[in-house]
Design a protein around this ligand. Structure first.
Ligand SMILES: [Zn+2]
Length: 553
């Protein structure tokens, strides 16, 4: 049984490659959603690598090959609406593949570092892997935002009966250095105007600080010119250096990076606002939701995603409170961290937006996943490894196994006994006898026994979020829910249909504009009621007087 609030927002992120490849898989997926009383499907339509999962007329070159003959967005909307489920089109905002149509036609739209390089030219990920996608400059106009992304959103809202648009990757890159982007020509020019670092009316004048107060930086309000003399002759690297390390006040602290980071936040805020303006001009009641990092304060600093700022143009904020975004630890530690973070989300979102807490069904199963992953990797590597290294691999597999063994014994005692026996006989010298071991582990990967991924874990994660005060959850993602056989958990968590989630927003979820309007309406209704009571009293008294007069006559 669940305690806490009734969860009214019940959503799933869904990748059509996993759930909507043709009419029959689409129908099966929607049937699952219907049975689990899901009320919102967030369907991927623009992937982070350029490909589109809908039949675009404006960008036909980007339609994914596997969806040339089947439009998953149209099919999901049709089937979902037939079952009373809303659909948001999920758009990965600012990412494009290294060799896609955008990079071929408009390389100038990409973000630049102080050397003028784009991410795929310079950046690396862990393990020496080369960075694989490019980020487009969110600020640049004209650029990717107004020439590509917003026209795409307009097309989706015009051509499809979507209930909303879902922003993802609505930020600057997070896995490369946050102080590297963006120093494109547009941003170098615009950053000075953004915080009014000089008078456009007097572009060549330098207004010096007027120090009237003894504390130098206490004179900030006297509006000194910040743009250095000769700026136009500086190269990109010098300008970037100044914007990151320079001082607002000459001789004062090196604080210009503050403006650099707020510039990035406001570039993202502007896109979210403009997306709403354009989409709502076509469809006035269009909804917006957004997948965001779990901490708006730190993500504001590091990826320009201070989502508390762009909440006026978002109906449902969906912070990704994934286990992978917490320090490594066991599942119980994660649940306690999850509870704390859920409370923080509501504190941050208060009087700003409705929240649906983003729960993952991938990383909560790290124990089960890592056993398979590490065991297969070890079996691959052991034959060519030294004896000492083999011993390490074997110990690692046994350690991983220890974390899932007791659960495996409950759900499949035979399998557990065989696996335990095979692992105990597993020695650095026994590498030829591992065929059966590999077969079993491969089997766990492709056809896991029911509840290999314990339903209890997801149940506890839902209960944790609920007890911490959440009234909305979105699950990442539908394909994994099916693969791990977790729909029964959702069916149990949501046994009855929700009432319309738009109608349940508590006062703390409304923006103060909405809240004030509502209060005014309540006051007006009270006044009307009071007037009505007054009128009834006057009529009653009048009738009583007339009646008495009649009587005395
Ligand atoms: Zn830029």
């Amino acid at each position: 049984t669940y305690h806490g609030k009734i969860i009214e927002g019940r959503a799933v992120w869904a990748n059509p490659n996993a759930v909507a490849t043709n009419d029959s898989t689409t129908r099966a997926f929607i049937a699952h959603c219907k049975k689990a009383n899901i009320n919102l499907i967030v369907l991927l339509v623009k992937f982070s690598d350029t490909r589109l999962f809908y039949h675009s007329k404006k960008f036909p070159q980007s339609i994914a090959a596997q969806f040339k003959d089947f439009d998953p967005l149209a099919a999901v909307i049709r089937e979902a609406h037939r079952n009373g489920i809303r659909v948001h089109a999920w758009v990965c905002s600012f990412t494009e593949s290294a060799d896609g149509p955008v990079m071929q036609q408009h390389p100038e739209w990409a973000v630049r570092n102080p050397e003028g390089k784009i991410p795929t030219e310079t950046e690396y990920l862990s393990g020496g892997r080369k960075y694989y996608i490019n980020w487009m400059c969110p600020a640049r106009r004209p650029g990717y935002t107004d020439q590509w992304l917003i026209p795409m959103i307009e097309e989706i809202v015009t051509d499809y009966d979507v209930d909303g648009i879902h922003h993802d990757y609505v930020r600057y890159p997070g896995d490369v250095a946050p102080d590297s982007y963006c120093f494109c020509d547009y941003c170098l020019d615009q950053m000075l105007k953004y915080a009014h670092f000089y008078y456009e009316t007097f572009p060549d004048s330098f207004f010096a600080l007027t120090p009237t107060l003894p504390n130098l930086i206490a004179n900030w309000w006297s509006d000194p010119t910040v743009k250095p003399m000769g700026w136009e002759r500086w190269d990109r690297k010098q300008k970037a250096q100044f914007l990151l390390k320079g001082s607002f006040i000459r001789g004062g602290p090196a604080d210009l990076d503050y403006f650099f980071y707020t510039y990035r936040q406001d570039a993202i805020n502007r896109f979210v606002r403009e997306a709403w303006e354009h989409a709502s001009a076509i469809k006035p009641d269009i909804e917006f939701s957004a997948a965001v990092f779990k901490n708006p304060i730190t993500s504001g600093r590091f990826i320009g995603q201070r989502w508390t700022d762009f909440s006026p143009w978002i109906d449902m904020m969906m912070p990704m409170v994934y286990r992978s975004h917490f320090p490594p630890g066991d599942f119980d530690t994660f649940l306690r961290q999850l509870a704390e973070y859920t409370r923080y989300e509501y504190k941050w979102a208060k009087n700003r937006t409705h929240l649906e807490i983003g729960l993952d069904v991938t990383y909560i199963y790290n124990e089960e996943r890592f056993f398979i992953r590490d065991a297969l990797a070890a079996l691959d590597s052991i034959p060519s490894a030294s004896v000492g290294r083999r011993q390490q691999f074997i110990e690692n597999i046994r350690d991983r196994y220890a974390r899932i063994q007791s659960h495996l014994a409950q759900i499949s005692p035979q399998l557990e006994q065989e696996l335990t026996k095979l692992l105990s006989r597993f020695t650095p010298e026994s590498i030829q006898q591992n065929a059966r071991l590999r077969e079993i582990i491969k089997g766990l990967q492709t056809h896991p026994p029911d509840d290999y991924y314990p339903k209890e874990k997801l149940r506890r994660a839902i209960a944790t979020v609920r007890e911490a005060g959440a009234n909305g959850i979105i699950f990442f993602e539908a394909g994994q829910i099916t693969q791990k056989n977790l729909w029964p958990v959702l069916e149990q968590a949501f046994p009855t249909p929700s009432i319309d989630p738009d109608q349940v927003g508590s006062a703390s979820e409304m923006s103060i504009v909405t809240l004030k309007a509502l209060r005014r309406r309540v006051e007006a209704m009270k006044r009307q009621r009071n007037l009505l009571i007054l009128a009834i009293v006057i009529i009653a008294v009048g009738m009583a007087i007339i009646w008495r007069k009649k009587k005395t006559l």
